[in-house]
Write a protein that binds this ligand. Structure first.
Ligand SMILES: *[C@@H]1O[C@H](CO)[C@@H](O)[C@H](O)[C@H]1NC(C)=O
Length: 231
């Protein structure tokens, strides 16, 4: 812990830091050390080489321990590689390559099909689903090949829609669709003579195979006695 007169001590920057100038040496002269000139700063790896079809994002900068990631331009996807890390010897790691986005075949949907049917689709290509007869789509029929190489949104579901006979007491079918009652079939009902209707006379078959609004009711008309006074 003590050094003879004339001793020279050399400092070095910590790992990840580099000299920002100043002498790294101090000398023991007449019982005291000369002042240390060395300044250390975090190593800066500088910019990453240019990439095609993408941009480098620095998280948060380009100094020791920081990361550099590749953000591909719209319509391009990163393939292979990963992120870079600023180390003592500069950037380490391997960046992906931004390749033109393509989508593989979209999901198969039960009781439905899609077109066009290809092995590969280009970015922004659109496919349309069609449900087989008697089935109705729930969800979007149109999907597009999105940025990340998958089709969006989720494909629709093909649902069998069939509403039951719209039977009501003291009333009957008056006009409109005939069975089978598929999606959006509309029927108008009427009450038998002497009965009046409560609710909507016209009902529509919905996706859940139920009539909407609910079926109306027919109730007996009340007989109102009318008294007439004669003079
Ligand atoms: C249609 O899809 C929506 C959303 O996924 C769901 O909440 C609804 O229950 C579906 N309808 C039928 C009749 O399956």
């Amino acid at each position: 812990t003590s050094f003879p007169d004339g001793t020279t001590v050399t400092f070095a920057c910590n790992t990840g830091y580099e000299s920002a100038g100043g002498s790294p040496r101090i000398t023991c002269t007449a019982g005291s050390w000369s002042s240390l000139g060395l300044k250390c700063q975090r190593k800066n790896c500088g910019p990453v080489e240019e990439v095609e079809n993408g941009q480098i994002e620095y998280r948060p900068g380009s100094e020791f321990g920081d990361k550099a990631v590749l953000i591909c331009n719209p319509g391009h996807m990163p393939v292979g590689g990963g992120e870079l890390t600023c180390g003592t010897q500069g950037w380490t790691g391997r960046l992906p390559v931004c390749e033109v986005t393509q989508c593989e075949s979209p999901p198969v949907v039960q009781d439905g099909s899609f077109s066009p049917n290809r092995e590969l689709y280009d970015y922004k290509d659109v496919i349309v689903y069609t449900c087989k007869s008697g089935y109705t789509h729930n969800g979007s029929r149109q999907l597009h090949c999105s940025d990340d190489g998958t089709f969006k949104p989720e494909p629709p579901k093909c649902i069998k829609v069939e509403c039951g006979e719209p039977e009501i007491s003291f009333g009957q079918w008056s006009s409109g669709a005939r069975p089978p009652y598929g999606y959006s079939s509309t029927v108008t009902l009427q009450c038998s003579t002497g009965y009046k209707m409560i609710g909507s006379a016209t009902v529509t078959c919905k996706l859940n195979s139920q009539w909407s609004p609910g079926l109306p009711q027919c109730i007996r008309k009340s007989k109102i006695k009318i008294s007439i006074c004669m003079y």
